[in-house]
Design a protein around this ligand. Structure first.
Ligand SMILES: [Zn+2]
Length: 292
């Protein structure tokens, strides 16, 4: 849904709540206290009342939109702006566009990015690689960098990100504290099915992966190898350059603590580029609950 559709399709705050209700309770509203289906909508406030236990509740209770004091109309505008901003949008720009203050926009973005987290397992032919991103600390002194880097890794102003991409399929990004075997291997085991073919470079943590997966192709960059028998790392390398362009454009001030949530947004947009990501994100917001 784009901004025009929102502004013309929803007249009252109840219209927004009804849209939420249809996604949260596709088979009819149930009381959040006793599960009863006998529910009355109140006319004087944006709440519903259970005819069985008298419990009063709102369509947003227990969701990402819970306890925010923001009208749903602002949330809908924010979601539309965010999912349609291909290269991302800064919280300052979001604040101006939807008419909230900068802190509120930042808080909305963080909650929405949390709902964008991808919980999937990859299979088939999977390219795996790591990259280093972030640069907001680039101009600081070494002491300051050490203080602000939550992971205390060697490359103080760059944070490693592990990328896994299915050939012709979905991608998974994960910010990691260090690019070593102890951290990378458990992630690969958890996120990629064992009956898969993994393509990596010759980096140490990827060695002996053939023992855990059906097949492992290791491309030796040091010997200037680009591909082996049609297997290459061009999808993940291309994806990493997209991320870096997005980071330079919109997100050059990212604090390392927030990098993971930026990655969640990039990850979500890539995986759902051909879907109605507005509707998908709203559905996630009403099902995952408020966790921040
Ligand atoms: Zn009830």
């Amino acid at each position: 849904m784009n901004l025009h559709e929102i502004l013309t399709g929803f007249q009252t705050e109840w219209d927004y709540h009804n849209y939420l209700i249809a996604r949260r309770w596709p088979d009819g509203i149930c009381c959040t206290n006793c599960n009863s289906g006998t529910i009355y909508k109140r006319t004087t406030e944006l709440r519903m009342k259970c005819g069985t236990c008298n419990h009063s509740f709102s369509s947003t209770c227990g969701t990402v939109f819970h306890n925010t004091k923001l009208p749903l109309s602002k949330w809908f505008l924010a979601i539309s702006v965010i999912v349609h901003a291909k290269k991302g949008i800064s919280s300052l720009q979001l604040a101006r566009t939807i008419g909230v203050n900068k802190n509120t926009a930042w808080y909305m973005q963080m909650r929405l990015r949390n709902a964008m987290k991808e919980d999937i397992t990859l299979s088939g032919i999977v390219e795996v690689d790591e990259t280093y991103v972030g640069g907001a600390l680039g101009n600081m002194t070494r002491d300051k960098k050490q203080k602000r880097n939550p992971f205390k890794s060697g490359m103080t102003h760059k944070i490693p990100v592990l990328g896994m991409i299915e050939r012709g399929g979905q991608v998974l990004l994960q910010v990691i504290p260090k690019a070593n075997k102890e951290i990378i291997r458990p992630i690969l085991r958890k996120k990629i099915k064992p009956k898969s073919t993994l393509i990596t470079d010759g980096f140490g943590p990827y060695r002996t992966l053939d023992k855990e997966f059906d097949k492992h192709i290791s491309i030796n960059h040091e010997q200037k190898q680009k591909a082996i028998g049609g297997y290459n790392l061009s999808s993940i390398e291309g994806f990493f350059s997209t991320i870096k362009r997005a980071l330079i454009g919109q997100y050059h001030q990212i604090h390392p603590n927030n990098l993971a949530s930026y990655m969640d947004e990039i990850n979500f947009k890539f995986n759902h580029a051909n879907q109605d990501s507005f509707s998908l994100l709203i559905s996630r917001c009403v099902t995952i609950g408020a966790v921040l």
